[in-house]
Design a protein around this ligand. Structure first.
Ligand SMILES: [Zn+2]
Length: 297
């Protein structure tokens, strides 16, 4: 009898052992893989998925890639997407390669973070995709991401919501601090580089009187440069805001010709390669706040 029991026990242990193995194996394949299109989406998503076991976030592009205007997908990007269950995009036209992705991966779930946000378009009726540069919009994008992830991965729904609320509390606090400092500034005219700041300007009542380069990375023609210089001379603009992602040679020329000072405003499209820098966006905006307070006072 004793022998039978011990054999049974041994068998039971084996079964438990094997089913244990089976379980971890299953958990591995159960990993919920989220791919984000570029850095701003990555920062939002790591906050929403913070410390949730079994959820992995990969940024498709490099942290230094910046905006995705005219971005061409690489074979490496396609491989990254093959792993993904969900692809989180900014939307509003930022991911111009999107139709390619949809054609190749029909089962891939896509979250458009800009859904439901009022978009600004330019004179040519093109949507401005730099939605996240406004803190209010960033909050809405975080809400969109968390709500959709909660639907798609329902077992972690509460965790996504809790994380999102915690991050939104930080963003709301940031927004309040920014309003407190910027609302009373005497001078609100700014000149920026590429068109990354209309949403930001709208949020804080800044007046973008000119944009030096409409297409990012393309230097203004001598004619455009001349027009901008003339325009600055005829206004009371005191500050020109370059972006850390673009070369400042045109900015320097304008500064030399007009006497305006060149400052740096960061649209938050790039960051350190260091993994999971949760507060990157908040730090960048705090820095922008310092710069603006200095420049416009
Ligand atoms: Zn851009």
């Amino acid at each position: 009898m004793k022998k039978i029991i011990s054999v049974l026990l041994a068998a039971l242990m084996l079964i438990t052992l094997f089913s244990g193995c089976g379980k971890t194996e299953e958990e591995k394949t159960d990993e919920f893989v989220i791919v984000t299109s570029f850095y701003p989406m990555y920062v939002m998503t790591i906050n929403v998925t913070r410390d949730i076991p079994g959820v992995k976030v990969i940024n498709m592009t490099k942290p230094q890639t910046g905006c995705l205007h005219d971005y061409q997908m690489t074979p490496g990007d396609l491989k990254t997407l093959e792993e993904a269950q969900v692809f989180i995009i900014n939307g509003a036209g930022m991911e111009s390669f999107l139709s390619d992705v949809i054609a190749r991966r029909k089962s891939l779930m896509i979250i458009n973070a800009s859904e439901g946000i009022d978009l600004i378009s330019n004179d040519e009726d093109e949507l401005n995709p730099h939605v996240w540069v406004s803190v209010t919009n960033a909050i809405m994008q975080v809400r969109n991401i968390s709500a959709k992830l909660a639907e798609m991965d329902s077992k972690n729904a509460d965790k996504y919501k809790q994380n999102a609320e915690a991050y939104i509390a930080k963003l709301s606090d940031l927004k309040e601090r920014m309003h407190r400092k910027l609302d009373g500034l005497p001078n609100k005219d700014i000149i920026t580089f590429h068109e990354a700041f209309p949403y930001f300007a709208l949020e804080f009542n800044l007046n973008v009187v000119a944009v030096v380069e409409r297409e990012p990375g393309t230097a203004p023609t001598p004619q455009e440069l001349k027009q901008t210089i003339e325009m600055i001379k005829n206004t009371k603009v005191k500050a020109l805001f370059a972006e850390p992602q673009y070369s400042g040679s045109a900015a320097q020329t304008i500064a030399n010709e007009t006497g305006v000072k060149v400052y740096t405003l960061d649209p938050g499209v790039t960051g350190d390669a260091e993994e999971k820098d949760y507060d990157s966006y908040i730090r960048i905006m705090e820095n922008n706040l310092e710069v603006l307070t200095q420049a416009l006072n």
